[in-house]
Design a binder for this molecule. Structure first.
Ligand SMILES: Cc1cc2nc3c(=O)[nH]c(=O)nc-3n(C[C@H](O)[C@H](O)[C@H](O)COP(=O)(O)OP(=O)(O)OC[C@H]3O[C@@H](n4cnc5c(N)ncnc54)[C@H](O)[C@@H]3O)c2cc1C
Length: 273
């Protein structure tokens, strides 16, 4: 939709060209959310397009993904066989309740910075122990872990003018297996619960990023394969019913129970016997 309240549009080619940040400015990435509803509080958009932060780089330390890399590119990427956990991108992108138009234009940085509770990428990033590099036109860069980044629904630790530059995924987690689970009323409805599970067959260490049922994703880790008792215990501690979303689509109790069911499903996917 047209944004009638916009007064200016800036398309810098370097971060240094961005003038002093004002509270009614917004970074523009794929624009799929920004142009999907009125933005009366936004007076200027600062486009990230010319920065061309679309890289996908692999080295022995892991994978680095530029914040403006599109979701479509991530879904289509052929990842090295030694890093099966990266196949989680296919699951996370297939779990979006969005059309191919959104998937083609939306960026990974846009998805994470928009910080919807239903973000399908956020639980995967948490499970993969991702860290994000944050830039500011005037200040030094800083790194923040995925679990600390999103603090609520459309709330992150980003300060005015800060921009997500890249996402780093460490190699030691990428060698593990992944299972991505989604629960929703329909494929086209936003998810009620999302679970990204990572499993190390050598040590049986298992960890989960759980999203959609809470305002911000949670991280649940087991140093060894969890039995039902341990699973339940950690769930009650890290994802209590009081922290789960309750709305017209599902109650908090139901969401918490279904988070457990999806975690169990992921465990069965790793050890079908
Ligand atoms: C119909 C529809 C259905 C959707 N369903 C889902 C769904 O089921 N699950 C899901 O996860 N998402 C869903 N989305 C959200 C979709 O994933 C987002 O629109 C998309 O991820 C936003 O990406 P974008 O690159 O287009 O960001 P934009 O729309 O350009 O920006 C979104 C926000 O992020 C900020 N931003 C963008 N990039 C950066 C950056 N690098 N640094 C700092 N701030 C930044 C912008 O300032 C803005 O506030 C849906 C969207 C639509 C329109």
């Amino acid at each position: 939709m047209d944004l009638h309240t916009l007064e200016a549009y800036l398309q810098p080619s370097t971060l240094q060209q961005v003038p002093d940040w004002q509270s009614d400015w917004q970074w523009l990435a794929g624009g799929t959310w920004l142009f999907s509803e009125p933005q009366p509080q936004v007076k200027q958009l600062v486009d990230l397009a010319l920065f061309d932060w679309t890289e996908i780089e692999e080295d022995e330390r892991g994978v680095t993904i530029g914040a403006t890399c599109s979701l479509a590119k991530l879904a289509e990427q052929s990842w090295p066989a030694k890093w099966p956990a990266l196949l989680g991108f296919q699951g996370a992108i297939a779990a979006l309740a969005a059309s191919f138009k959104v998937v083609n234009m939306a960026t990974i940085g846009g998805n994470l910075c928009l910080a919807l509770s239903i973000s399908t990428l956020a639980p995967l990033m948490v499970a993969l122990e991702a860290i994000y590099e944050i830039w500011h036109p005037k200040n030094s860069p800083r790194w923040v872990s995925a679990i600390d980044f999103q603090t609520g629904v459309q709330q992150t630790i980003l300060q005015p003018g800060e921009v997500m530059r890249r996402i780093f995924l460490p190699a030691e987690v990428l060698t593990r297996q992944v299972s991505y689970q989604r629960l929703g009323q329909h494929a086209s409805d936003p998810a009620l619960v999302l679970v990204a599970a990572i499993y190390d067959p050598t040590t049986t260490q298992t960890q989960f990023g759980v999203g959609a049922c809470t305002p911000a994703p949670r991280f649940i880790q087991f140093s060894q394969w969890p039995d039902q008792f341990k699973l339940e215990e950690q769930l009650q501690q890290i994802l209590p019913v009081a922290d789960c979303i309750s709305d017209f689509r599902a109650g908090a109790d139901y969401r918490q129970q279904m988070a457990k069911v999806l975690m169990q499903r992921a465990l069965r996917a790793f050890q079908p016997d």
